[in-house]
Write a protein that binds this ligand. Structure first.
Ligand code: HEC
Length: 157
């Protein structure tokens, strides 16, 4: 009798494990690729400007060099522990991860301080990501650019 109960449990346990895996790897469900338009993306970025700019930290971290950057890695920005953990766990910002994050920030990074409902329209997300790619440059360029004014005479960290 015990045996039969245990047998019944097996599928449930498997299912539980599977859904945990699915929850852990949302990126595996990647996205149809939409072609983003940076011009339209600039308009969408208007929704971000209350908290973000490209060059400076405000309520949110600067977006210069966002593409290819580890989550939670702008050195002089005070991130939530959740965002730092996500970066330490390997989250890097690219088209796919930004698409998921911007669709529903608090769902993709539970505990994030970016309390923002997200951009629900997939085309608008593609557009704003294209804008960020265009104006932000890649991580290396942005480091060089932000080195110029910031590090004259100061430490290199
Ligand atoms: C209400 C303020 C607010 C708005 C609006 C907002 N953000 Fe944020 N954003 C934040 C904060 C605060 C963080 C830091 C989150 C953390 O530490 O958990 C953040 C973090 C991010 C990050 C992670 C950056 C990194 O360095 O890891 C990205 C990407 C981002 N925001 C993109 C956007 C985009 C694109 C928009 C507009 C569509 C937007 N945000 C709108 C406040 C905001």
């Amino acid at each position: 009798m015990r045996l039969s109960i245990d047998r019944e449990r097996i599928p449930t346990a498997l299912f539980g494990a599977a859904s945990l895996l699915l929850a852990a790897f949302p990126i595996a469900f990647a996205t149809e690729t939409l072609h983003g338009d940076p011009m339209r993306g600039e308009q969408v970025y208007g929704r971000c400007r209350g908290c973000h700019t490209i060059d400076r930290n405000r309520i949110g971290p600067r977006h210069a060099g966002l593409i290819g950057r580890k989550a939670g890695s702008v050195p002089d920005f005070d991130y939530s522990p959740a965002m730092r953990r996500a970066g330490a766990a390997g989250l890097v910002w690219n088209e796919e991860t930004l698409d998921k994050f911007l669709e529903n920030p608090t769902h993709f990074v539970p505990g994030t301080r970016m309390v923002y409902a997200g951009v629900k329209d997939a085309q608008q997300r593609a557009d704003v990501i294209a804008y960020l790619e265009k104006v932000g440059g890649d991580a290396q360029h942005a480091e060089k650019a932000s080195d110029r004014p910031a590090t004259a005479g100061s430490s290199k960290e």
